[in-house]
Ligand binder design. Structure first.
Ligand code: PHE
Length: 338
């Protein structure tokens, strides 16, 4: 048989081989001692001398092709060729576009940091609604409807609900928490507040505050000082100094404005602190007896302190940010830095 015909026959026949046993028969038929290739080889010496080398080469080539076919077929039976393993999967696609990991907004980060400081001192975190009643935002906090101090908490009222408003501070949650729980209480309340301020580098119509308050039988002003000093040192650094200056809030008496030594100039005086060396960071005081009366607590038995701070201001001081609007423009070049 001519070697090319033999080759075609082999290629067709291997496709009919369906089991290891059939493969062995096939192998013997072609590669065995009395197989087709052996037979071909045996006629080589009878050929004219100039044809011998050529046929010898062709037979050798066919032999290795045959060997390869047999090995491939063996793989099919052992599962090697059809089983797709992770190393045989080859991704010919374009590389995907990697999703960037998100991160917490800097204001959220500062809120979480401050929460942690207070939670470590035994406070619990609470929240309240951004749409509040006039009572909780004002009356319950000893701010009567006609009281001029209400101007300080300029307010968005809801058009169709005259006694409802967007809370102008987080203090209404004092009223809510005191009404729904009994002392001892140590609570912090982070959240959004709203005021119709003209927008500039230090004012927005919406910002965040953290309220804190503690009520028990023997809560003192010195306790307030200790708690706030611990907070300031944890957030701004151990070397920070703190001072209390007399102030007025309707819902605390006495009231104080709390300042820390300027974190930029360390108290020497610079443009951030207006050359005073001090930065106002929060309002605080002892809870007014009228507030206790509104929530049904006995002000002879209980005393308490409260404080409230603006988060944006704290974040701006902490990170040296000079424009409050940057927090809410959603510019990733800004946000990615935190
Ligand atoms: N609610 C006050 C404000 O928004 C801050 C404050 C809270 C002051 C608690 C004293 C006690 O300015």
């Amino acid at each position: 048989m001519d070697i090319n015909t033999l080759k075609t026959q082999i290629e067709l026949e291997i496709l009919q081989v369906n089991s290891p046993e059939e493969l062995e028969v096939f192998r013997a038929k072609y590669l065995g001692r009395k197989g087709a290739l052996a037979e071909l080889t045996s006629i080589i010496p009878q050929l004219p001398i100039e044809q011998r080398a050529g046929l010898g080469q062709q037979v050798n080539m066919l032999k290795s092709q045959l060997q390869a076919l047999i090995t491939d077929r063996q793989k099919v039976f052992s599962g090697g060729a059809t089983k797709v393993t992770s190393s045989t999967i080859c991704d010919l696609g374009m590389p995907g576009i990697a999703q960037e990991l998100g991160r917490l907004h800097p204001i959220t980060q500062v809120i979480e940091e401050i929460n942690t400081v207070f939670v470590n001192m035994g406070f619990v975190v609470a929240d309240g609604p951004e749409v509040e009643t006039e009572f909780n935002n004002f009356t319950g906090l000893n701010i009567p409807l006609n009281h001029p101090s209400r101007d300080a908490f300029d307010t968005f009222y809801l058009k169709d609900y005259p006694k409802m408003l967007l809370r102008s501070h987080t203090s209404p949650v004092q009223v809510r928490a005191m009404k729904s729980r009994k002392p001892p209480l140590a609570v912090i309340v982070p959240g959004r507040v709203y005021r119709p301020d003209a927008v500039d580098a230090s004012h927005l119509f919406m910002f965040h505050q953290i309220e804190g308050f503690m009520v028990d039988t023997n809560v003192t002003f010195s306790g307030l000082k200790g708690i706030l000093e611990t907070f300031a040192k944890k957030v701004f650094g151990e070397e920070i100094k703190m001072r209390f200056r007399p102030h007025f809030f309707p819902f605390t008496e006495p009231s104080a404005e709390v300042e820390i030594s300027c974190i930029i100039c360390k108290g020497k005086g610079c443009s951030v602190c207006g050359r005073k060396g001090w930065l106002e960071i929060l309002g605080a005081g002892m809870i007014h007896p009228n507030v206790f009366k509104q929530v049904g607590y006995d002000s002879k038995k209980y005393s308490g302190f409260a404080f409230g701070m603006g988060i944006e201001r704290i974040a701006m001081l902490k990170y040296g940010i000079n424009d409050i609007r940057l927090f809410f423009e959603n510019d990733l070049r800004f946000l990615k830095q935190f």
